[in-house]
Write a protein that binds this ligand. Structure first.
Ligand code: PLP
Length: 390
């Protein structure tokens, strides 16, 4: 558990590793240091641990076989690989994605354009919640569309998109469908067969596993180009000595997440609603972004008129409360969030947004503290503002 004084509400950025994960990783950073690609006992024991973890990750997402799971260094690499591979494997070079994707997808599309590998990518517009309709997708598909990549849930506003219906459109038109499920895997039930996707990205550190490890699910029969060259690891598709401790850690995190999801515990949803109601009752001119129901449990994005998100973030930090303004991956940049702009917020409004993201470790007492602390911060900042008129 984290230091008692810290109230950590930035679980969409990263999560605290579960104690069980750390415990099971320990031997693999000490005496069980074998290379799984070797043939003696120490290596074979590491290989067994890697195989078991692959099975646990496959189970978490309902894959047909562990063979469909390729370990990567995280969600960013999985997204890069899915897009680059699909474009390299086919002479159809047009990419369709959404305007609210993580930068791992957006910038890979831009990269593919610059190296002349892909045709121009189309970034589909979303509605006020972040949804894309089947019609919008269908109309965007061209004869040379090689891949569609649309995220399962948005990391900033939490909205869960209807991937099943979008993947259906892709299947009807014979186009490969990839989804970035980094924000949903380990938090809600995700079943690749039910969703009907060909590829899916996930990341260990978003569901209480270690950082620097993720996976790309590739449905059997889908073409996959090697991404990193120079070794036979991951069936010759992703070279480099396997990160055994992290793989083991993500496997345990996957197993824990599966058990947790099956319990259908609604505590995190209830705490999130309590947080929203508490803030809404005590702060004027506050609104909620993203869909209020079709959302990742624990993610709450709000806009507070008249104040910069960064000012609130820094003052909350002084009280030991960690939250994010806009996307954590772009913290440091003061550009308004591309996601909030895409759902129709004006730039000056988007600047006043905060994202709270809870986890199963969040307590009611912590939420009570935030409900008490933030309204006072808002009042102080508004009093100091030369433009705030109430
Ligand atoms: N995709 C989404 C939706 C994310 O939220 C993130 C991280 O915030 C990533 C991809 C990148 O994952 P990773 O940090 O494992 O590279």
């Amino acid at each position: 558990m984290s230091d008692k004084k810290t109230i950590y509400l930035d679980n969409a950025a990263t999560t605290e590793p579960a104690p069980e994960v750390l415990k099971m990783m320990c031997p693999y950073v000490s005496n069980e240091y074998g290379n799984p690609a070797t043939m003696y006992s120490l290596g074979l024991s590491a290989k067994k641990a890697v195989d078991e973890a692959r099975e646990k990750v496959a189970n978490l997402i309902g894959a047909e076989s562990p063979e469909e799971i390729y370990f990567t260094a995280g969600g960013t690499e999985s997204d890069n690989w899915a897009l680059c591979s699909s474009i390299m494997c086919s002479d159809k070079k047009h990419v369709i994605t959404s305007s609210i994707e993580h930068h791992a997808v957006l910038e890979t599309c831009e990269f593919l354009e610059t190296i002349g590998c892909g045709g121009k990518a189309d970034f589909l517009k979303v509605d006020e919640y972040g949804f894309i309709s089947q019609e919008t997708l269908s109309e965007a598909i061209k004869d040379n569309t090689g891949i569609i990549s649309i995220m399962h849930a948005n990391n900033e506003i939490g909205t869960i998109l209807d991937i099943k219906s979008l993947a259906e459109v892709a299947r009807e038109k014979g186009v490969i469908f990839h989804t970035d499920a980094v924000q949903t895997v380990g938090k809600i039930p995700v079943d690749v067969k039910e969703l009907g996707v060909d590829m899916l990205s996930l990341s260990g550190h978003k569901f209480h596993g270690p950082k620097g490890i993720g996976a790309l699910y590739v449905k059997k029969g889908t073409k996959l180009k090697p991404f990193i060259h120079g070794g036979g690891q991951e069936k010759g598709k992703r070279a480099g000595t396997s990160n055994v401790p992290a793989i083991v850690g993500m496997g345990i995190a996957a197993e824990l997440a599966k058990n947790y999801i099956e319990k259908k515990d609604t505590r995190v949803e209830k705490l999130t609603e309590k947080l929203w109601n508490g803030l809404n009752e005590n702060i004027t001119k506050i609104s909620r972004n993203g869909h209020p129901e079709k959302t990742i449990p624990g993610t709450l994005n709000v806009t507070i008129t008249g104040i910069e998100g960064e000012a609130m973030l820094l003052m909350l930090d002084m009280q030991g409360i960690c939250v994010s303004s806009g996307s954590a991956c772009t913290t440091g940049s003061l550009d308004p969030s591309h996601v909030l702009l895409a759902i129709g917020l004006p730039a000056e409004v988007a600047h006043g947004s905060l994202r709270f993201s809870l986890s199963k470790y969040t307590t009611e007492e912590e939420i009570d503290t935030v409900i008490k602390t933030l309204p006072a911060i808002v009042n102080r900042l508004r009093e100091m503002s030369p433009t705030w008129e109430g």
